[in-house]
Design a protein around this ligand. Structure first.
Ligand code: UT7
Length: 320
């Protein structure tokens, strides 16, 4: 018998305010044509004043619990992937736990845009070890709060949102649920993507700084690699993949990664046009939107892959 983490529910929440590229044109020296052609982004959502990452996380969690048909008290762990927490501490996860009244424990994972993949791998380990039975995994961000609004090379790319999944342990044949994960990081590339402030250094929040072209180069090279490593661990190949659910940073990165893996674009979930880059929230947002659109069928193989600041990157292979 194999103990696996089965996907029971998916949900998301996007703040009401939609900011089209046309509005960005009024804020910085940019054009809708440039943003669309270089990144694929057409619009993004921004949280309202006073609306916090934990507020978005809570709404996404409630949607995922409803989709799973579960009560909060049945959840025994909450893992939130975020780089934009409400406060330095406590964690967003404990805030969500306090509001939902889940049992067990709660904590945050910080791996920037790879955060959701890291959180899924963490939750999977808790489930496989027997520590946890039902884990709520959330990706939630308010990246609009760490933008440099004078830097047109970054501020047009990011958005706010949250997505969540419910994973449940099941003893069985081992054919469904999370089949394999792969995590990597390389801190030598810290300067390619970082926030220039923080508690210990400046006692300020700081703003995002990115060498986009360099990150792009690493992304194309590393994403297919990590996806293929995870697939190999699951005893699968890219031919077995029904859906790639990638981190939504740039449509050109998503397309090139799929091309490298020889997976046709009909089998790739793309939401970057509507959400922008929502960092750790982007994969669960894409998962939830795709599920709502009726894309997924039982038994299908999904690969989630992401890369971001650190650099940190990784992949999760899951059979529905
Ligand atoms: O999620 C975490 C991981 N992050 C990523 O994966 C992001 C990876 N990188 C990217 O997505 C792309 O590199 C960007 C979308 C950020 C940029 O695309 P690019 O094709 O690499 O453009 P570039 O940075 O080479 O800039 C090309 C030109 C430059 O002008 P010159 O030097 O050629 O005259 C920029 O100054 O575009 C200019 N530019 C802009 N023009 C209009 C940069 N930003 C803008 C802008 N509007 N917003």
């Amino acid at each position: 018998m194999t103990r696996r983490a089965i996907l029971r529910g998916v949900g998301h929440y996007l703040p009401e305010r939609v900011v089209e590229n046309a509005e960005m044109e009024t804020m910085v020296d940019t054009t809708d044509a440039w943003i669309k052609s270089r990144s694929g982004i057409e619009r993004r959502h921004f949280a309202a004043e006073g609306q916090l990452t934990s507020d978005l996380a809570l709404r996404a969690a409630q949607a995922a619990l409803a989709d799973a048909g579960m009560e909060p008290a049945e959840i025994d762990a909450v893992v939130v992937a975020t780089s934009t927490p409400d406060t330095t501490f406590p964690s967003v996860a404990t805030i969500v736990q306090g509001k939902l009244r889940t049992s067990g424990f709660a904590f945050d994972v910080q791996a920037v845009c790879a955060g959701f993949v890291y959180a899924m791998a963490t939750a999977n380990s808790f489930i496989q070890s027997g520590q946890s039975q039902r884990v709520l995994v959330i990706g939630a961000e308010t990246f609009s709060r760490i933008m440099n609004w004078e830097d047109r090379t970054t501020c047009v790319l990011f958005g706010d949102g949250a997505g969540a999944v419910v994973l449940e342990a099941e003893e069985g044949s081992g054919e469904t649920g999370i089949l394999a994960t792969d995590l990597n990081s390389d801190g030598r590339f810290r300067d390619l993507l970082y926030v220039d402030g923080g508690v210990s250094s400046t006692q300020t929040t700081g703003v995002l700084v990115m060498q986009g072209k360099e990150v792009f180069r690493h992304a194309v090279e590393k994403l297919a690699q990590t996806a293929e490593t995870a697939l190999d661990r699951a005893g699968l190949t890219p031919d077995d993949v029904d859906w790639i659910v990638p981190h939504q940073a740039n449509s050109r990165i998503i397309t090139r990664t799929a091309q490298k893996m020889n997976v046709p674009m009909e089998r790739v979930v793309m939401t970057v046009q509507d959400h922008g880059n929502t960092s750790a929230a982007s994969i669960p947002l894409a998962l939830s939107v795709a599920k709502q659109n009726g894309k997924f069928k039982p038994g299908q193989v999904l690969v989630m892959e992401a890369i971001g600041g650190g650099l940190a990157w990784g992949a999760v292979v899951l059979r529905l």
